[in-house]
Write a protein that binds this ligand. Sequence first.
Ligand code: NAG
Ligand code: NAG
Ligand code: NAG
Ligand code: NAG
Length: 205
Amino acid sequence: MKGRRYKMDSPLCWMLGLMLPLHVCAYPNGKVQSACSSMTPEHGVTAQTSPAPFNITVNQTVYTPGDKIIVKIVSSSIPIEGFLLQARTAANGKSPLGSFEITGENMQTLNCTTANSAVSHTSDAEKPVVEVIWNAPSKSAGDIKMRATVVANKTIFWVDIEGPKLTYQLSVASGIMGPTLGTHIFCNLLAISVFKIPFLELLNV
Ligand SMILES: *[C@@H]1O[C@H](CO)[C@@H](O)[C@H](O)[C@H]1NC(C)=O
Ligand SMILES: *[C@@H]1O[C@H](CO)[C@@H](O)[C@H](O)[C@H]1NC(C)=O
Ligand SMILES: *[C@@H]1O[C@H](CO)[C@@H](O)[C@H](O)[C@H]1NC(C)=O
Ligand SMILES: *[C@@H]1O[C@H](CO)[C@@H](O)[C@H](O)[C@H]1NC(C)=O
């Protein structure tokens, strides 16, 4: 079920398609929900084990609930024909967390367990860079790592490559309520804006 379909004009694809419906061929349209868990394309060949020729970058490595973070997949030497990007707990999480927003063409969000929790390609057009926005979960999810599978072509791909760690930090709003936080000066500076929130809640607006 995983992976991309071989090109529809391939006789092999038709033959295999008759024998193993939906099982073998590749998915140039990126509808790879079947790979949500393994992140592995089923192209009939094994993934590369060499160091991945791409990097995952983020514009901040600390996050609080609800933050928006820019995530990029940057390739130095290979074309990115296909990709699957997710955020999971740094401690080897199995399920994607948070949600993604796309910022350009040739990509789409996928519902992997929860809405828009993964991003993939929409065609096998070569993409020099992938740039998306990740919305951190509204509740603490702990430390996170971005993870990506990148497909250069039908036979060459790297699976489940880890990106930088995003360290979870209490938000200022919850921190000011906590007794152990050593950020009192900072919080005092922000107190006026922070205390507006419970005030507004009292007014029910
Ligand atoms: C990824 O980033 C590291 C550290 O900045 C750098 O040394 C490496 O060349 C980069 N690799 C690619 C494929 O961009
Ligand atoms: C990262 O980008 C997001 C989205 O533009 C922005 O809201 C956030 O403040 C940025 N973080 C940093 C540290 O610049
Ligand atoms: C697949 O991609 C690799 C890495 O970019 C390249 O060396 C190889 O020639 C490509 N093969 C095909 C069939 O396009
Ligand atoms: C993904 O989830 C959203 C929100 O629940 C829903 O509106 C959308 O139809 C779902 N998309 C697919 C392809 O299931």
